[in-house]
Design a protein around this ligand. Structure first.
Ligand SMILES: [Zn+2]
Ligand SMILES: [Zn+2]
Length: 355
């Protein structure tokens, strides 16, 4: 069989890197990655202080000075801001790019440019830190920086959605253990958010209540609650895809993360730090993905009650998960909530200083 003939027919689409393709049947997206950046010294963390030259210059370096936080940025090619607590820069291995080729193709081989911005937020100068060891004040700083970037990104052309996520541990797909988040934008709404917002609007129109508000009302104080703070609840969802999966959501109906106040950010930091601490105490060397499910802020018809989802990765998927979308769990969400709840309450007590 002559494969070259077949490949030549589509050679133009095979050579374009940085495009986002959509499957004609499942509507799933995939991105063909660019892999230009080969400058990696395995002994050096590019995200550690002193190695700033290994990354792009910072667009924001948060520096604590005299009890105040200063917002500085690197001067390109000249000097790097030192003693930063948090550092934000454009990824050197961007998944999306604003320099992508402007090429589209039609169904059945639909593709569009993987156009967007990809920022890295380094959550601590200490590479030994994790999201479960940084203190709540540092978590608040991280969230303030994320909120700031999000607001700016939604003023940019070609930004329809801002996705924010963190991967912890090798099983979760993380290659650099230095704690960091990704902020990356798309010119279309990602399928999972599209599904959530469509179903939210359908239920809201039919029943007059947002499905997340409806769920939270039932989960407060129930068998799947992990933890509550003043404004937030953490709970294991009724039908989780992963053992020990939990979600964090404002108790009130809030659709815009960009509008939450400093007080709410501090409250969110507390529940994030306490639950991630609880998770790390529950599962040794845990790997997890943490994703923000936020509204596409420019599309009024697509608003969702925002929340954070945490997926601990404890085992590989089987054919049933991958091939049919039916998930097998060896821990029920009720058992998981009980164990995570006890561990998270202990963390919370340590954080707020009552024991
Ligand atoms: Zn709601
Ligand atoms: Zn969600």
């Amino acid at each position: 069989m002559d494969f070259s003939k077949h490949f030549n027919r589509h050679s133009s689409s095979l050579t374009i890197m940085g495009d986002m393709r959509k499957d004609n049947v499942s509507e799933r997206f995939m991105i063909v990655l660019k892999t230009d950046d080969k400058v990696i010294d395995p002994k050096k963390s590019p995200y550690a202080p002193g190695n700033e030259a290994m990354t792009n210059p910072s667009v924001l370096s948060l520096v604590a000075k005299d009890g105040m936080l200063q917002r500085l940025q690197d001067n390109e090619g000249e000097s790097f801001v030192k003693n930063w607590a948090i550092r934000v820069f454009e990824s050197k291995n961007p998944i999306v790019s604003i320099d992508t080729e402007n090429s589209y193709s039609d169904k059945p081989f639909y593709s569009e440019p993987a156009y967007g911005y990809h920022y890295i937020v380094v959550a601590s100068p200490n590479e030994k830190d994790t999201f479960a060891t940084i203190d709540t004040e540092q978590w608040s700083n991280v969230l303030v920086v994320v909120q700031d970037r999000l607001r700016w990104l939604y003023t940019q052309k070609g930004v329809t959605y801002v996705s924010i996520y963190a991967d912890h541990g090798e099983l979760a797909g993380n290659v650099n253990p230095h704690p960091h988040l990704h902020i990356l934008t798309f010119s279309t709404i990602p399928p999972v958010i599209e599904t959530e917002s469509e179903s939210s609007h359908k239920i809201l129109n039919e029943k007059g209540v947002c499905p997340i508000c409806q769920t939270i009302n039932e989960e407060i104080g129930g068998p799947r609650q992990v933890l509550q703070t003043e404004g937030f609840i953490a709970y294991c969802p009724w039908a989780p895809s992963y053992p020990y999966e939990f979600w964090i959501s404002p108790k009130k109906h809030v659709t815009r993360f960009s509008k939450i106040t400093q007080k709410e950010i501090n409250d969110l930091s507390l529940i994030l730090r306490a639950t991630l601490g609880g998770l790390s105490k529950t599962i040794k060397n845990v790997s997890y993905n943490l994703v923000f499910h936020l509204s596409p802020e420019k599309k009024n018809s697509r608003q969702i009650h925002w929340h954070i989802e945490v997926y601990p990765i404890t085992k590989s998927w089987s054919g049933l998960e991958r091939g049919y979308g039916i998930f097998l769990n060896d821990v029920s969400p009720e058992q998981a909530a009980e164990i995570l709840g006890a561990a998270s309450r202990k963390e919370l007590a340590n954080l707020v200083g009552i024991m």
